[in-house]
Design a protein around this ligand. Structure first.
Ligand code: ADP
Length: 439
């Protein structure tokens, strides 16, 4: 089936690349309109397949649709260049052309938006796509296929291969090694990203990788503590802590530490309700599967065994086996697992620090660098720290930073390339230099 879809996508590329930018733009816009018309059903699909609370799922659908709208606009704004050459009898041009068939491998935590962020850019550039959604969340990808069809996007331009976990490796390898596929765009764990990079190396494919993070959230003494707590709540507990930009380590300066921890604990106890995603009160759904809960449990028990204090939460939630209590840990140290790797769950570990130097050193000690956040009211410190953090995205006095207009991506082992924004389409375009001689 994978081979058949690659052939179909390759055949579709031959005609899709020739469709005018205006027409591609208008088809993407129709796809966007259909997403908006069907937003309630699309959100219910996300909640049903991932457990994400319905309100958050509705937010994801708007975010997801916005990528189609944004790239429908960007499709018409791809410009080449004319370059002055040293030779009088020559002229030099740069054309931008679609890369070709793109294989798109996506995760379960944003079953819709991680697809449109890639596919919107790819289709706008004139590429066709074969999407392999995560095994836990195939239905959003299929619903998008139905709407693409209704929008009039030609057959073969957007293809989906849902497959089981067992088949994911096989399909991933087939996509990454196939000569008909020119580009791999992946969002998921750093470990899987490395496997895909390895596969893609043999045929030297273009790659975009949006991999794991380990976001620091630094609260300096000068911060407004209420603002910092609000930012911490938003950046930690969205999707029950299962986003790659979720704060994963709270570094809090000694002068503000006790007040921050107290207020953060109160906010967690007051504002978070764990339960069925379809229940209106729910802000925290289940984790995606048993393996995810086991990892969270392991991080918490490791921290406790090494001296961390459970301020609130700390164990599985009684509503069901895949639910975990929103958890705040204090007295966390750098040797604990939760300080060293992504937890991907509703656990907020707090590490106390004394100096800015120390905080930046802890933040930058990770081998990944996706998002980083800090709260400070000191302008000089804001510039210093924003420039020194080794991450691709910085939130200054802000806990939610993603938007279609801004570039999303990381440094170090958090990945390669940027998605969304005016830069995202470049991931699907090749530069071609054309030299006109004999003039
Ligand atoms: P997570 O740990 O968050 O599930 P993964 O990186 O394992 O993240 O999964 C993200 C996506 O990568 C999913 O679509 C999954 O099926 C896919 N995937 C996982 N392992 C492989 C692999 N070896 N080859 C190709 N795709 C894979």
């Amino acid at each position: 089936m994978a081979t058949c879809l690659r052939l179909r996508s390759c055949a579709a590329f031959c005609s899709w690349r020739g469709v005018s930018a205006k027409e591609r733009s208008s088809l993407l816009r129709k796809w966007y309109d259909l997403m908006i018309q069907n937003k309630d059903d699309l959100a219910k699909i996300i909640t049903a397949e991932s457990g994400k609370p319905l309100k958050e799922a509705q937010g994801e659908i708007l975010y997801s649709a916005n990528f189609l709208e944004w790239f429908s606009e960007e499709a018409r704004r791809v410009y080449g260049d004319i370059i002055s050459t040293p030779a009088k009898e020559r002229r030099a041009l740069v054309l931008k052309q679609p890369v070709g068939v793109a294989a798109v491998i996506t995760p379960w935590n944003f079953p819709s938006a991680m697809i449109t962020r890639k596919v919107g850019a790819a289709l706008a550039a004139g590429c066709t796509v074969v999407v392999k959604p995560a095994e836990d969340t195939p239905f959003s990808a299929l619903a998008l296929a139905e709407l693409a069809n209704q929008a009039g996007i030609p057959p073969g331009v957007y293809n989906v291969i849902p497959c089981s976990q067992k088949k994911a490796k096989e399909v991933g390898e087939a996509l990454c090694t196939d000569p008909l596929v020119s580009k791999i765009s992946f969002t998921g764990s750093t470990a899987t990203g490395k496997v895909l990079l390895h596969h893609a190396a043999n045929s030297v494919k273009r790659v975009s990788m949006e991999l794991g993070g380990h976001a620091p959230f630094i609260v300096f003494d000068s911060a407004n503590v209420d603002q910092a707590v609000a930012g911490a709540m938003a950046s930690k507990f969205r999707n029950s802590g299962q986003t790659c930009v979720c704060s994963n380590r709270f570094l809090v300066q000694s002068g503000i530490h006790d007040s921050f921890v107290k207020k953060f604990a109160e906010a967690i106890k007051t504002n978070l309700h764990v339960g069925n995603g379809f229940d209106e009160r729910t802000t925290q759904g289940p984790l995606i599967n048993a393996k995810a809960v086991e990892k969270v449990e392991k991080h918490v028990s490791d921290a406790i065994s090494k001296g961390a204090t459970v301020v609130t939460g700390g164990k599985r939630h009684h509503v069901g086996k895949n639910f975990f209590e929103p958890t705040l840990l204090s007295n966390v140290t750098r040797d604990m697992l939760c300080s060293q790797e992504e937890t991907f769950g509703p656990v907020a570990p707090v590490i106390k620090f004394n100096t800015e130097e120390e905080a930046v050193a802890i933040a930058n000690a990770a081998n990944v660098g996706l998002a980083g956040y800090f709260y400070s009211q000191d302008p000089a410190q804001i510039w210093r720290v924003a420039e020194r953090l080794e991450v691709g995205m910085v939130g200054v006095n802000e806990g939610l930073i993603s938007s279609v207009e801004c570039p999303f991506g990381g440094v170090k082992q958090s990945g390669l390339g940027r998605e969304g924004s005016k830069y995202g389409i470049d991931e699907y375009l090749e530069l071609k230099y054309v030299c006109f001689g004999g003039l």
